[in-house]
Design a protein around this ligand. Sequence first.
Ligand code: KIV
Ligand code: ZN
Length: 514
Amino acid sequence: MDKRNRIIIFDTTLRDGEQSPGASLNIADKLKIAKQLVKLGVDVIEAGFPVASQGDFESVRTIAKQVRGASIAGLARATKKDIDVCWNAVKYAAKPRVHTFIATSDIHLKHKLKRTRQQVLKDTASAVRHAKKYTDDVEFSAEDASRSDFNYLCKVIETAIKAGATTINVPDTVGYAMPHEFGGLVKSLIETVPNSCKAVFSVHCHNDLGMAAASSISAIVGGARQVECTINGLGERAGNASLEEVVMSINTRKKLLKVHTSIKTEEIYKTSRMVSKLTGLNVQANKAIVGKNAFAHEAGIHQDGMIKHALTYEIMTPESVGVVESRLVLGKHSGRHAFRRKLASMGYKLNEKEIEKAFMQLKGLADKKKEVFDEDIEAIVENEVVHVQEKYKLQYINVTSGNKTVPTATISLSVHDKGRKERTVQEAACGDGPVDAALKAIDRITGIKCKLDDYKLRSVSRGKDAIGEVTVRIVPVSGKESFVVNGRGASTDIIEASAKAYVNAINRLLARTK
Ligand code: KIV
Ligand code: ZN
């Protein structure tokens, strides 16, 4: 692949992303995210703003010391002190970067910095030169570039490159630019600044008008080769360009854009979930790429199309971003086709009459609640349509267990075969623990091969004598069936509750496969 078409992904989740109102991460959280960002394949991690607080300094230093596989950048205003502190934090990295910035728009100069254009030019040169004493990898940002006077901006950038900046970042700090305008700005800067070929042009777009990802893509078309972005689009105010949107736009439209990144897209969803969990900021359901609904289809026409060919309504596969599969959400807009498929995926083998009966029940339920879950379908089918017959019932359980004995269980089940007299079957088995022994004894009686996929125990009342409720999830291992079945059982004896839950799951499994 042509190196000139490689887009450097600069992730600023830990710096600008952490500036999101409500987001706050401790050092351990930041370290965890930084390690995941390396797995994701980002090129640069902006780990924080070291001069901002002792905590920020510590976290940048810890990440610089412990994280390998990406450049580690720290942010610094264009002052000697900021740059010194920044360097002291990032210097432990295998590839440290100092990212210094100063505002260049007249609005910022007049009201915030109270400095003249000439003074800011001087500050730019001395800040970059100072950073350059420490490292070759110096990035310079012209804050509020999109609202700066073009000729003055060119002068500042030329000065920064002359002083040694190797990356020039053009921020749309307040998310004011329109995508075509911003792409045009980057293109004109590259064409006008005389030494522009000596630096990589970068962009950093905020999302105040919802244009951040679009403006970043437009800037790539204009010649930018680094994009600054965050996971889930976190960031100051309305956030920054979202990494997943930028990267998946590049991947999905590669023939048009003719650029590439080093991102392992299959890690996107996992990273998004981690960042959401650790920052406490939920991802909106309809967020592109990583929202809960990004690969969910509810309308009957869409579901029908999806079943026939996923390309009808999906421009990328959910697997490509690490989402296990598309969800056909059953709701009031769903059609019979999707429902039939759902029943089959859950292992139900129903005849046409039964399917129709269950479908009518589903529609009734979907009118009352927005989304119908697997548990709702189980309840409809098993209570209203097929009426689960309890083939097996727990009669007797005896378990010996302890830290110096091999756990052994003896189980008696009553077996009720249609048209035959009820009989009792008893078996015993040893196991790794009393639950394992009990379930093995049950397996011997039923002869059904299944894997215990999940096991949960919770107390449903208070005190030491509380009732324990066990839920199990089993997966049949024989044949080509691949669905899960849940079972539930309760008792003050948790081994008995486990056996009951397992027997319940097996009865439900038999109801599905008839
Ligand atoms: O939005 C912005 O301009 C910034 C700079 C410090 C790069 O975050
Ligand atoms: Zn920013």
